[in-house]
Design a protein. Structure first.
Length: 588
């Protein structure tokens, strides 16, 4: 094959057209791929009128593919080069050299070198003076390629700086999470993309809210995915905004089993991605590498404080609470394979535990026939392996625990220092829970931020131990980030102490705690409370309940409830001065 194309010796000139665009445009601008192809077709038509027919034998288009980034694979460019190597074309035409590459003169010359090796001529519509079959044309070719790279580098630096500035105020870059959309708003001196609930797709917002509530109720991501799929709710990948052919192909490519031909559907990974996205809580997002993958984390300012310029589907404090709960519920508290059932007094909130193995206890709803009778609802050890299982009648344990707490409260001797301190500590917990000082919500949110930043520090330390930070630059980044988080940790701790001091001035003992009536009567305050209010009351006085064996291992006799249940009373504040102060403020 000759180094130089000679149309006079050809019956027809076979032409490849190549067009590239960094981001898709549907307009008729000169950089759109359709405009580039149209210009190439016009040039081919003009050359055909001069003698030997020129025929387009292939059109190749890469959209959303940088000509500068060496990590980007241009699929159609590779297809075109395969055709060039197979001697299926005589000419390659682009709109301008920068469409072929922006990596610089060396890369451009390497591409042209391969063209020449297969007798292929390179042409540019907007740069007709390019003729790579002559030394002068090669020199011009190299000069233009160098200028294209310089222009690209300048734009890349400018873009990088702009992205850093946008990130500093929490502006969102990229696709918003499912159930959210972006709008352009001014934050400080910048106009950035701000996320908010997607009013154009309110059903998506409702789905996210349902997922949040299901997760709070203890449902696993797998169960949530199954529930949504059974209701035939379209997954995020099939929503109108995301269901482009390119994105669907990317979803399928990420599957572990490349032979899996099942359609896009709700999966546990999808549920996790939605619920763990900081955007649904109004927080700005930062992508952080975890192992081989990248995860979404809360973006923070230089002082370590979370950036929250967005309007979330739920409040930030609620999102942080959700993440903490999801971390705690990595081991379910219910029997394997069972659905979430009606909440009960002692199970489902890490309050009730097995005295044999220390594991959490779930519940059964009863209804199973046993010796001709229906089994009563019971609390059951969620991890019975090794001790043959352990269960206790739910009604009996609920009544015993409630009566013990009310009885101790009713018989508390306010002249006894320990009893007085015990009631005062419970009153202080009540004050914080019910926001008597107007600060409890602020305190809960600050505690949630503190726990979140502490988890982030733990994750960073684990990443370093795993060897994810290598070299001086990466270690400097790691140290700076840890210090940033430590500073914010100290700020949260100081704020909590400040709020505790403020709340202490409003401590009061609720009158209903000392009503004198039967605490478990049908018309009592206890009976009127919901199960969540009853749980809250118990938590003022107890840290938990443990259940022991139902039979004596030696005599095999049944052990009564009061001997099986061990109540762990809430500890008093170790600071005696604080206890005295709380007692005085509580009026006890």
């Amino acid at each position: 094959m000759p180094d130089q194309l000679d149309p006079a010796h050809l019956d027809v000139v076979r032409v490849y057209l190549y067009a590239r665009q960094s981001s898709a445009r549907t307009d008729g601008s000169e950089v759109s791929t359709e405009s580039q192809l149209a210009a190439g077709r016009a040039l081919v038509a003009a050359r055909s009128l001069q003698g030997v027919p020129w025929v387009i034998v292939g059109e190749f288009v890469d959209v959303g593919r940088s000509g500068w980034d060496p990590s980007v694979v241009r699929a159609d460019f590779e297809k075109m080069m395969t055709g060039v190597r197979a001697n299926e074309a005589d000419v390659v035409i682009v709109n301008e050299l920068s469409r072929l590459t922006r990596k610089g003169a060396h890369d451009a010359l390497e591409i042209d070198k391969e063209f020449k090796a297969h007798g292929v001529r390179f042409m540019s519509v907007l740069e007709p003076f390019l003729d790579t079959s002559s030394p002068i044309g090669v020199a011009i070719f190299a000069l233009i390629a160098a200028l294209a790279k310089q222009d690209s580098d300048i734009k890349a630096n400018r873009l990088r700086g702009a992205k850093q500035e946008i990130a500093s105020v929490g502006g969102h870059l990229g696709m918003p999470p499912y159930g959210m959309r972006t709008v352009r708003e001014q934050v400080g001196k910048l106009v950035v993309s701000v996320m908010e609930p997607d009013e154009d797709n309110p059903d998506h917002v409702d789905t996210v809210k349902r997922m949040i509530e299901m997760s709070f109720a203890g449902m696993s991501d797998n169960k949530i995915a199954h529930e949504l799929e059974s209701e035939e709710i379209p997954p995020p990948g099939l929503s109108e905004r995301r269901a482009t052919e390119k994105r669907k192909a990317a979803y399928l490519k990420r599957r572990l089993n490349q032979n899996d031909k099942t359609p896009l559907m709700w999966r546990p990974q999808t549920v996790h991605a939605v619920l763990s996205h900081p955007g649904i809580g109004g927080f700005a997002v930062k992508r952080v590498k975890r192992g081989k993958a990248y995860v979404n984390t809360v973006a923070r300012d230089a002082a370590g404080k979370p950036l929250a310029p967005h309007r979330g589907i739920i409040k930030g404090a609620r999102w942080l609470e959700l993440q903490a709960k999801r971390n705690r519920l990595s081991t379910p508290e219910r029997q394997p394979g069972t659905d979430v059932i009606t909440p009960t007094l002692l199970s489902g909130w890490r309050f009730l535990s097995c005295g044999l193995c220390g594991g959490g206890m779930g519940q059964s709803t009863g209804g199973v026939k046993r010796n001709g009778k229906l089994a009563e609802p019971a609390y059951l050890c969620s991890n019975p392996r090794g001790h043959g299982g352990l269960g206790i009648r739910r009604a009996a344990l609920d009544e015993y625990v409630a009566r013990r707490v009310w009885a101790r409260l009713a018989t508390a001797d306010m002249d006894d220092e320990r009893d007085r301190d015990w009631v005062a500590a419970a009153a202080q917990r009540f004050a914080l829970q019910h926001d008597l000082a107007g600060v409890a919500n602020d305190r809960r949110e600050t505690v949630a931020h503190l726990e979140h930043v502490q988890r982030s520090i733990t994750e960073l330390q684990a990443d370093r131990q795993a060897g994810l930070y290598k070299g001086r630059a990466e270690l400097e980044t790691w140290r700076a980030t840890v210090q940033q988080y430590r500073d914010y940790e100290a700020e949260c701790e100081a704020r909590i102490a400040e709020l505790d001091e403020k709340a202490a001035t409003q401590i009061r003992v609720p009158a209903e705690w000392f009503s004198g009536e039967d605490p478990l009567a049908k018309d009592s305050v206890w009976a009127a409370w919901s199960v969540y209010e009853q749980r809250e009351f118990l938590a003022f006085f107890l840290d938990g309940v443990q259940v022991g064996r139902g039979r004596d291992p030696e005599t095999r006799k049944l052990v009564p409830v009061e001997e099986r249940a061990t109540l762990t009373w809430a500890e008093l504040d170790k600071d005696e001065d604080a206890n005295e102060e709380a007692a005085e403020l509580a009026g006890v």
